[in-house]
Design a protein around this ligand. Structure first.
Ligand code: PLP
Length: 356
């Protein structure tokens, strides 16, 4: 059935091993992040059994999937929890990223009735402006929380970059985090771990400039796609042939490159613009916005160019291709993070495992 994702578990295993080896050499714990693949049990198991020390996901439903399929934990909840899910969090999660005192207090109260060892990592915003207490206020807020909780344990602080502000990890912002850690340790009298980043932070590790003391990485994209969207690169020592999309040709045609008639907006409120390139050879594939992010598709077919997608149709210009297409032909694509996220989430895209 098409469209489908071809998932190469061997390539994902090698990527995990490689990232784990880099982390472990520096005493860094690796949390493999499964949200991109909706916690697909085979993929999660592959990551956990090939070097990842923990599995992290932003959604509790995905952590339930992992548990139901017997994928070994421990499990980290990446998105700061909703108040309404804390009742489940105390049952299902081992390590929770948090950013609000009231949430921690509620979690602490709920945890009173359980023997589970629930650990919390308090998020500190070093500039990206997504979750976390602003770094200048972090020590006061975290100290107050740490001193009041009785049943859950503060084990570390963490940060996230590259997600709202597009802020890149640097020696400077990692040092901000480490300064907060040192102040907290002095006051609290026990050691804290520092969860320093995600795929984009691998660059600091590679370049040998990651400050000592950062000892947890949470990595999804790098392992699963071999890419780094925020850093805008293919990671050179990782495989990008981990997940490919295949889609089927339903129409082959030869048409002008500029529409004929008055132009309104397209189905997504966009006003299309066209360059007149004369008549062009095109194909329509049976896949669309509901399944992929068209601008995140990279055709493996040399010369093919994605023109546009509506909900269910993807139009490609294939004039420059050597191959002559016919109905029923299959085209393959690599995907950006955003595109892969949509493809894994679409129930219309089959997921198949291949050897390779
Ligand atoms: C998604 C997420 C990650 C993993 O990010 P990648 O870029 O996929 O490595 C890490 N931390 C948090 C808090 C996340 O939400």
């Amino acid at each position: 059935m098409y469209p489908r994702l071809l998932i190469n578990l061997n390539a994902i295993a090698s990527n995990t091993e490689r990232v784990a080896q880099m982390c472990h050499q520096k005493g860094i714990e690796l949390v493999a992040v499964t949200k991109l693949v909706l916690a697909n049990p085979e993929i999660a198991k592959t990551m956990r059994l090939n070097g990842a020390d923990k599995l992290g996901d932003s959604r509790l439903r995905n952590i339930i999937t992992l548990r139901e399929h017997g994928v070994p934990g421990p499990y980290q909840l990446l998105r700061v929890p909703m108040k309404s899910e804390l009742g489940l969090v105390v049952h299902l999660v081992d390590e929770v990223l948090v950013s609000m005192p009231e949430t921690v207090f509620e979690l602490d109260a709920l945890a009173r009735n359980f023997q589970r060892n629930i650990q919390i990592i308090y998020m500190v915003d070093v500039g990206d402006l997504r979750e976390g207490v602003w770094f200048e206020k972090a020590v006061d807020e975290i100290l107050e929380v740490a001193r009041k909780i009785k049943n859950v344990k503060l084990v570390g602080i963490g940060t996230n970059v590259g997600c709202y502000g597009g802020v890149l990890p640097t020696v400077e912002n990692m040092n901000i985090l480490l300064a907060v850690k040192r102040e907290l340790e002095n006051e609290l009298g026990f050691k804290l771990k520092v969860s320093g980043g995600s795929t984009v932070t691998l660059k600091l590790l590679e370049d040998g400039i990651l400050p000592d003391g950062i000892n947890q990485f949470r990595v999804g994209e790098g392992i699963i796609l071999g890419t780094d969207a925020t850093g805008d690169r293919d990671i050179p020592y990782l495989s990008q042939d981990t997940v490919l999309l295949e889609a089927e040709v339903v129409e082959v045609d030869y048409k002008p490159s500029v529409p004929y008639g008055e132009i309104g907006k397209d189905a997504f409120g966009r006003t299309p613009v066209f360059e007149d390139r004369g008549w062009r050879h095109r194909v329509i594939l049976a896949v669309g916005e509901q399944d992929v992010k068209p601008d995140g598709l990279k055709p493996l077919e040399k010369g093919a160019k994605v023109l546009h997608a509506s909900s269910d149709h993807l139009i490609l210009d294939v004039t420059e291709c050597e191959r002559k297409f016919k109905v029923g032909d299959i085209l393959r694509f690599r995907m950006s993070y955003g595109c892969a996220l949509r493809a894994f989430t679409s129930p219309y895209v089959e997921k198949e495992f291949i050897q390779g």
